[in-house]
Design a protein. Structure first.
Length: 302
């Protein structure tokens, strides 16, 4: 049995270059928690250590049910760690390939509203991807929370790190090119990739994302279309193409605008489209014809 402070580590939930996240048990409060601990090889790096602790402070400062909350920090064997809510339900990564279109659109919209909370506090996440979007199965319907602010713009600036951060498949062109001056529309691009993946089961540009050397020359309309057989409301394909535009000014201008547009096109309450107007008219005329024939036969047999 391994412990960090009073917390009993149980299962490893995930690991990255800088830290590992564990499911743990807090015996004093008799509850499950998530514990993020800095990797051994980075514990002595002052910049990375400050970035790690700044993430904890930032998460603690943001008070929203759409962002994972930090409850405690500590140090053991010279390795800092912090303690967060344990969100039951896994991540959106586990929903890839298992979503009906309506559910995919609802989850993507939920993610958009969670990301907007960050943007409202002046934070650009910079690493939006399915594994950083948690699904809270304890709410009805399940809600999406945003987690892992280790790459957030404020944190990188505070630590003095200048390397490009993020995951290539979800990285906006201006972020990949280190052009500087990018804003929340970079997260909107990543959210577009996540939405495409939830709907189709694969990433629009593959695991490498848009190649940085070709992104500058790619036209704004170069995003792939959704599969023709996919039953989604009218306008969703155009919305995703806009979100995946090379130029930030061609995308929805906020995560909230993207989420609102998804829902206005039917996410959540949307059901597969019914018959067309012409088809409904044909059905109505057929019903009238049957009624008239039936009435005529009844009159003739009197």
């Amino acid at each position: 049995m391994r412990k960090l402070g009073r917390y009993v580590l149980e299962d490893r939930l995930g690991a990255g270059s800088f830290a590992t996240v564990w499911k743990a048990y807090d015996p004093e409060l008799d509850t499950d928690v998530a514990v993020k601990v800095l990797a051994d090889n980075w514990a002595a790096n002052a910049d990375v250590r400050e970035r790690f602790l700044a993430e904890a402070r930032l998460l603690r400062r943001i008070s929203s049910p759409r962002v994972v909350r930090v409850h405690d920090v500590g140090v053991q064997d010279d390795r800092p760690f912090f303690v967060m809510d344990y969100i039951r339900g896994g991540t959106l990564a586990e929903r890839i390939g298992h979503c009906e279109p309506a559910e995919a659109l609802r989850l993507a919209a939920e993610a958009g509203y969670a990301i907007q909370v960050l943007h409202g506090t002046g934070i650009v996440h910079r690493d939006i991807k399915p594994s950083n979007l948690l699904l809270d199965a304890g709410r009805t319907p399940p809600a999406v929370l945003v987690a892992d602010l280790g790459s957030a713009k404020q944190l990188a600036d505070a630590s003095g790190l200048t390397v490009t951060t993020g995951t290539p498949a979800y990285m906006a062109p201006e972020q990949a090119l280190q052009a500087g001056g990018f804003d929340g529309r970079a997260d909107v691009y990543a959210l577009g990739v996540v939405t495409f993946e939830l709907l189709t089961g694969h990433k629009p540009f593959g695991p490498g994302g848009r190649a940085a050397h070709s992104a500058e020359r790619a036209p704004a309309s170069s995003a792939p279309a959704l599969p023709k057989g996919l039953a989604v409301p009218e306008g969703v394909d155009a919305l995703l193409r806009a979100a995946l535009s090379v130029r930030p000014e061609d995308r929805p201008q906020s995560a909230r605008a993207f989420a609102d547009a998804l829902l206005s096109r039917g996410g959540g309450e949307w059901a597969p489209p019914g018959p067309s107007r012409r088809a409904r008219l044909a059905v109505w005329l057929a019903a009238v014809a049957v009624f008239l024939v039936s009435a005529a036969l009844t009159w003739l047999t009197r």
